[in-house]
Design a protein around this ligand. Structure first.
Ligand code: ATP
Ligand code: MG
Length: 388
């Protein structure tokens, strides 16, 4: 058996709600690790996960996908005596030396105050033991290459390097929202960020098959599978907008195409969200990134909505968004060259600062209500990223 120590993140700040947050975090980890035989124990400020040694790859991959944990480490546990702690620290010291590191310090944390030696005493005793027993490793309190952590609780836990967790809040603590998911770089990142605030995510993708390819549809499903691993799964509505795009092209001035298409997408997404009890819409828009995302055009696109719309990337530049996409794992798929429906009939010179009254007049003239209803009725649903 091996044991991991998990440090809960922001949920420790949640006062009254803490129990509920912990309960959801526990449920999420259990769901994500359904296939693994394991034991999960919550203690004040710490979570312990024990499993068979051969499950470590799977467990560590999940720990890197779960929101609500600020960090984790594989730990050794030992008896609650100074001798046992020194022995465990020395073993950790050998591991550090094997990694080519040369200096260390001990950080001790004594939650069990009945243990007669205080944190400082533990640090001194174990530090000396490591320095005397592991040749080539010396104490450096100011700037150590490595830290050996010792936690004295109901038992003693010793560990070296801890891995940074995703932080944020456990998915499922902040309702569910509907992500408008394109095949680009931004929208998968937007979904990931909202999940990091505890929101469950479903998604809708608009395509224009047969004008858009099967590959571009598959690309979106592949992206949803990756984001869905962080969100404990998501349903993806695939809605065909070919007829709606055709009507926009026929009835409105070309330079208004993109804004009117966005308005129709939002309108349709809101209908799906209302039907499914989802509380908000989420997009990957970032201010002034493209013509449709100027403040005036964003005002036009949301003007028919009653539901709140969240844009977690609004103040980020493309470089930071792309860096996050790399970290999440969506970037290599997002840059595959399969165009989505937005490029169809897109004008060379779009309106840059649309007027809301003009936009809503054109939009009403299009009379899309019935077509949107039909498009939803004919849509298909994919289950992506579920743990089963
Ligand atoms: P992305 O990388 O998300 O595609 P982008 O820079 O290409 O971003 P736009 O194409 O202007 O931006 O789209 C803005 C937002 O509108 C997207 O982030 C997404 O939330 C939504 N969106 C765009 N196209 C689609 C689509 N085909 N289906 C669903 N949502 C879409
Ligand atoms: Mg796009």
């Amino acid at each position: 058996m091996i044991t991991y120590l998990l440090k809960p993140g922001e949920l420790t700040l949640k006062g009254e709600n803490r129990r509920e947050f912990e309960h959801i975090l526990k449920r999420n980890i259990k769901t994500m690790l359904k296939a693994v035989n394991m034991l999960l124990v919550f203690r004040p400020g710490r979570i312990f996960l024990s499993c068979e040694e051969e499950s470590h790859v799977q467990v560590e991959s999940i720990l890197n996908h779960v929101f609500g944990i600020s960090g984790w480490a594989q730990v050794q546990s030992c008896e609650k005596t100074l001798e046992a702690m020194c022995h465990a620290a020395v073993m950790e010291g050998h591991r550090i030396l094997a990694q080519g590191l040369r200096s260390f310090k001990i950080e001790a944390r004594r939650t069990d105050k009945s243990f007669p030696v205080n944190s400082y005493g533990i640090c001194c005793k174990c530090g000396d033991a490591v320095q005397d027993t592991v040749p080539g490793l010396t104490i450096n309190v100011q700037k150590p290459d490595a830290v050996i952590n010792i936690e004295v609780r109901e038992s003693v836990f010793v560990y070296g390097k801890s891995v940074r967790g995703l932080r944020g809040l456990p998915v499922g603590t902040a309702g569910r929202g509907l992500l408008l998911l394109s095949g680009g770089i931004d929208s998968p990142v937007a979904g990931f960020m909202m999940a990091g605030r505890g929101m469950g995510i479903d998604a809708v993708h608009f395509h224009s098959y047969p004008y858009t390819s099967v590959e571009s549809r598959q690309k979106v499903i592949d992206l949803a599978h990756i984001v869905g691993r962080y969100t404990l799964g998501m349903h993806v509505w695939l809605v065909n907008f070919a007829a709606i795009q055709q009507r926009i092209k026929e009835k409105a001035p070309l330079e208004w195409n993109t804004i009117l298409l966005r308005m129709a997408m939002m309108h349709c997404a809101e209908q799906i969200a209302l039907k499914r009890g989802l509380k908000c819409l989420i997009t990957g828009e970032s201010l002034s990134q493209v013509a449709s995302q100027t403040v005036e055009n964003i005002t036009c696109t949301e003007s028919t909505l009653k539901m709140p719309i969240f844009r977690p990337l609004i103040g980020m530049d493309k470089e930071s968004i792309s860096a996050l996409a790399v970290r999440i794992g969506t970037y290599p798929i997002s840059i595959l060259p399969y165009p989505d429906c937005c490029v169809l009939f897109s004008p060379q010179h779009p309106v840059l600062r649309g007027n809301v009254t003009v936009a809503t007049n054109y939009y009403e003239m299009l009379d899309l209500e019935e077509m949107i209803k039909n498009a939803i009725y004919q849509s298909s649903i994919e289950k992506c990223g579920f743990y089963d």
